[in-house]
Design a protein around this ligand. Structure first.
Ligand code: ASP
Length: 339
C-alpha cells in the first residue's frame, strides 16, 4: 500500500482532560500515535503525520480552517495515496461537505474521522476509527471525501451528526453507506461517486455571509426581516416536511421577494433528516416557489450551507448560484430525474 498523510486538526480523539474539560493536546497525541504499534503493523499503509495549529474543538472551525485543510491536501496531493483528517465530530459533516466542494476532480480518498471518547480513555472508539480510516485511505478504492465512523463509511456531503452519545455518531439518511466495516471492509461500489473527467484543482472558499433559519409554528417572520440585507448572500430555510412553511398572514412572500431583489439565494431544506423538498407539493410551500426560493432537494443543511459558500466563492451572479444549488455538483443531492 502507498503512503498516506494523517492530518490532525483537533477534536475529541486527541484531547486530554484539563480542569476546564477536555482540550486538544497536540504533543500528547503526536507522541501516542507515534508509539502505537498497531499503526505500523502489516496490512497498514505507511504514513506521515501533520497537525494544524492551533488544534481546535471543531465548534471553532470556520472557512479559514477549511481553506487551511484543503490547502494542505492540495500542496501534498501528489505525495500521498490518500488522506486521513482527524477532526471533532461536532462540525465534521460541515468540513467534509466543504472539502468535497473545494477539492474538484478528486481521485484519492480523503477520510475524515475522530472519536466520541478521547484516545487517552480506555473505552475510546478512536483506535478503530483511526486504523480503519487509514486502511481505507491506503486502499485507494474511494475517490471522494468521506466520513468513516463507527463501522460505516459515508459520503461526506451526505452525512450529518446524529448522536452526541453513541459510537455511531453519523448517519446519511438520504444516501447509502459507501462501505461497511465488519469482519472485513465491504465496499458498496454502486454508491461511489461517478468520476468526471476533471483535473484535480483546489478552489478556496470566501467567507461570504450565509444564514440558516429554522422554521417553527408561529414564526414571526418580521422579527427576522432585519437579517435580509444586501450583504446576506445565501439563506438556508429549514422548513417542515417536504418544504412546507407558514406564511405568517402573507408576510413571507414579500420578504422572499425582498431577498430576491437583494440577490440573496434562499435555499429550502427540510427539518426531516430523511426528505426530498418539493415546494409545489402543498399549497403551504407555494410562497417559496413564487418568491424564487430554490429547492435543496435531499441535501443536508451542512451540504446546503457549504455549497452556498462554495458557489458564491466561484460565481458572482446569484442566478448562476441558484442554478447550481439545484444541480448535483459532488453527489450531494439526488437529481430530479433519478427519483
Ligand atoms: N467538541 C468535540 C469537537 O467537535 C466533540 C468531538 O470531537 O466529538 O471537537
Amino acid at each position: 500500500m502507498a503512503k498516506i498523510l494523517i492530518l490532525n486538526t483537533g477534536g475529541t480523539i486527541g484531547m486530554t482532560k484539563t480542569e476546564d474539560g477536555y482540550r486538544p493536546d497536540g504533543a500528547w497525541f503526536r507522541d501516542t500515535v507515534g508509539r502505537m504499534d498497531s499503526l505500523k503493523a502489516a496490512g497498514m499503509p505507511a504514513w506521515d503525520f501533520m497537525e494544524t495549529v492551533p488544534l481546535l474543538d471543531s465548534s471553532r472551525m470556520s472557512v479559514k480552517e477549511w481553506n487551511k485543510i484543503a490547502g494542505i491536501i492540495a500542496e501534498r496531493y501528489d505525495d500521498y495515496a490518500g488522506f486521513v483528517i482527524l477532526h471533532g465530530t461536532d462540525t465534521m459533516a460541515y468540513t467534509a461537505s466543504a472539502l468535497s466542494f473545494m477539492l474538484c476532480g478528486l481521485s484519492k480518498p480523503v477520510i475524515l474521522t475522530g472519536s466520541q471518547i478521547p484516545l487517552c480513555e480506555i473505552r475510546s472508539d478512536g483506535r478503530d476509527n483511526l486504523i480503519t480510516s487509514m486502511i481505507i485511505a491506503g486502499e485507494g478504492k474511494i475517490r471522494e471525501v468521506c466520513i468513516y465512523f463507527g463501522g460505516i463509511l459515508l459520503r461526506g456531503n451526505r452525512a450529518t451528526k446524529y448522536s452526541a452519545d453513541g459510537m455511531q455518531a453519523f448517519v446519511s439518511p438520504n444516501y447509502p453507506p459507501l462501505a461497511t466495516a465488519g469482519i472485513s471492509i465491504q465496499y458498496h461500489e454502486s454508491a461511489f461517486l461517478q468520476r468526471r473527467a476533471e483535473k484535480f484543482v483546489c478552489r478556496r472558499m470566501s467567507d461570504v455571509p450565509i444564514g440558516v433559519l429554522k422554521v417553527f409554528p408561529g414564526i414571526p417572520f418580521r422579527a427576522f426581516e432585519p437579517l435580509l440585507t444586501e450583504t446576506l448572500r445565501g439563506l438556508v430555510l429549514e422548513t417542515f416536511g417536504s418544504g412546507n412553511i407558514p406564511d405568517d398572514g402573507g408576510v413571507l412572500l414579500p420578504m422572499l421577494e425582498k431577498a430576491k431583489k437583494h440577490g440573496t439565494v434562499v435555499t429550502v431544506c427540510s427539518q426531516c433528516p430523511q426528505a426530498t423538498v418539493n415546494v409545489t407539493a402543498y399549497e403551504a410551500g407555494n410562497a417559496l416557489a413564487k418568491g424564487g426560493a430554490v429547492s435543496g432537494r435531499d441535501m443536508t443543511t451542512e451540504a446546503a450551507v457549504t455549497k452556498l459558500y462554495y458557489l458564491f466563492s466561484v460565481y458572482d451572479d446569484a442566478e448562476i448560484v441558484k442554478f447550481n444549488m439545484e444541480r448535483d455538483v459532488r453527489g450531494e443531492l439526488t437529481p430530479r430525474d433519478d427519483l
